[in-house]
Design a protein around this ligand. Structure first.
Ligand code: GDP
Length: 419
């Protein structure tokens, strides 16, 4: 208890990679939106008979305004998603609660998660849930209320209930992580539909295994199905209930070595999601979610981490859980930036490229028109010049003629007078 364990939030969280990237891409999209809407306004204001822009080109640029709006909306909803799988009672809900630092999901005997539950941040500091079968927001103030709401629904095991939770105690939610709990993979015949509906956009998968037994075929089979649909999914394996090992310290190292060996074989040779054994070893952890949750609940109340009887090896297991969280945060953050923002970046580039092409064509046409106009102006000026000169000539000639005529008239008049 004298050991002070700093919460993961004290150190700058790797989740900030995603948070900062999201802010940056949002700012850039703000500029793209401005550019596209300015281009649109400019093009629409051109005189209809100017021949500078075709209808099709105008349609292209106009359509980008909607497209950019759509992408900005998707961007604002982009998050990092982690899905937890495992057999019933391995401790999935307890792991999620530990990571959230609060008992949010119902767990334990008497409660089995019988549908998918997605925990995400609430924008208005209220806790509520929305289930797939209705649009109604149901307020949930406590775990027991949530458990009750989940039991009363008649949802299938592939259905999704979204739980919106305030972020004050849960840094993960604040940083845009969405956590999905699932029914036990040992009880569902609908694994394919689960994958289609809940796994394809997950950035990380956590297999919550039971360290008191070895990895089961059902657990392995589920992940074979996942990796057949997704190329190289990020998989972490938590050997939970590791506190049980404390009761048999003489076998502890041997059991751990065996679990590690088999799990690494699974990740590298069977599932092929890790390139090397060292990489795979960084994905396997021996933890006790129950202890972590208890410790964090105590910590929140200002109590020592461990108030009951300290089970041997508690601090080691607590540190290992923190180590898992750190590696998980790094992995999910980088993976989500790559998969989500890479697509947005490509689309953004295409939009700006299209708008720029139209503007360039417009510029070319306008320059050609100006050149043609200045050519014809030069011709007109030349013509005017010529006319002016002609006029001058004509004027001089006329003057001579008139002078002569006047002289002749004068001559004739004076002659007539003389006569
Ligand atoms: P889920 O069905 O996989 O979501 O499992 P739960 O999280 O509901 O856990 C089932 C039971 O196992 C609960 O009574 C938990 O308190 C208990 N449990 C979960 N994690 C641990 C652990 O690390 N050690 C021990 N001893 N019990 C645990």
């Amino acid at each position: 208890n004298s050991l002070s364990i700093s919460p993961t939030t004290a150190i700058q969280s790797p989740l900030q990679i995603f948070v900062r990237a999201k802010k940056r891409i949002n700012d850039i999209y703000g500029e793209v939106e401005q550019y596209v809407s300015d281009s649109c306004k400019f093009l629409s204001a051109l005189p209809k008979d100017s021949d500078l822009i075709t209808k099709e080109e105008l349609v292209v640029v106009n359509s980008h305004v909607e497209k950019v709006k759509g992408i900005r909306e998707v961007l604002s909803r982009d998050h990092m998603k982690v899905a937890f799988f495992g057999r019933t009672s391995n401790g999935k809900s307890t792991v999620i609660n530990s990571m959230l630092r609060e008992r949010i999901l119902p767990s334990g005997i008497g409660h089995t998660t019988n549908c998918f539950i997605q925990v995400e941040k609430s924008e208005n500091d209220e806790s509520y849930l929305i289930s797939e079968d209705s649009l109604e927001r149901k307020n949930v103030k406590s775990v027991s209320q949530l458990a009750h709401s989940l039991c009363t629904g008649s949802l299938g095991d592939s259905a999704l209930v979204r739980v919106y939770w305030p972020t004050d105690k849960c840094p993960l939610l604040r940083d845009d992580v969405v956590l999905v709990d699932s029914p036990g993979i040992d009880v569902s015949p609908n694994l394919d539909s689960w994958i289609d509906r809940h796994c394809l956009d997950a950035d990380v998968f956590v297999l919550v295994a039971n360290s008191e037994s070895t990895l089961m075929l059902t657990e392995k089979n589920f992940f074979f199905k996942v990796s057949a649909r997704l190329s190289k999914p990020n998989v972490f394996v938590l050997n939970n209930r590791w506190d049980a090992s404390a009761s048999e310290p003489e076998y502890l190292e041997e059991v751990r070595r065996q679990h590690m060996l088999r799990t690494v074989d699974f990740l590298v040779d069977e599932l092929k999601v890790c390139g090397t054994r060292t990489e795979a070893e960084q994905r396997v952890f021996f933890v006790s979610a129950k202890e972590v949750l208890q410790a964090r609940t105590n910590e929140f109340k200002g109590l020592p981490l461990n108030t009951g009887i300290v089970t041997d090896g508690f601090h080691g297991r607590y540190f290992e859980f923190q180590d898992f969280e750190r590696k998980f945060e790094e992995c999910i953050s980088k993976s989500a930036v790559r998969t989500k923002f890479d697509q947005h970046t490509k689309r953004g580039k295409a939009v700006v490229g299209d708008a720029r092409n139209v503007m360039e064509v417009l510029l070319e046409r306008a320059s050609a028109k100006r050149a043609a106009k200045s050519q014809s102006r030069r011709e007109v000026l030349d013509h005017l010049d010529f006319t002016e000169k002609q006029l001058q000539l004509v004027t001089v000639e006329m003057k001579d003629k008139i002078c002569k005529m006047v002289e002749e008239v004068e001559h004739k008049v004076s002659k007539a007078l003389n006569d």
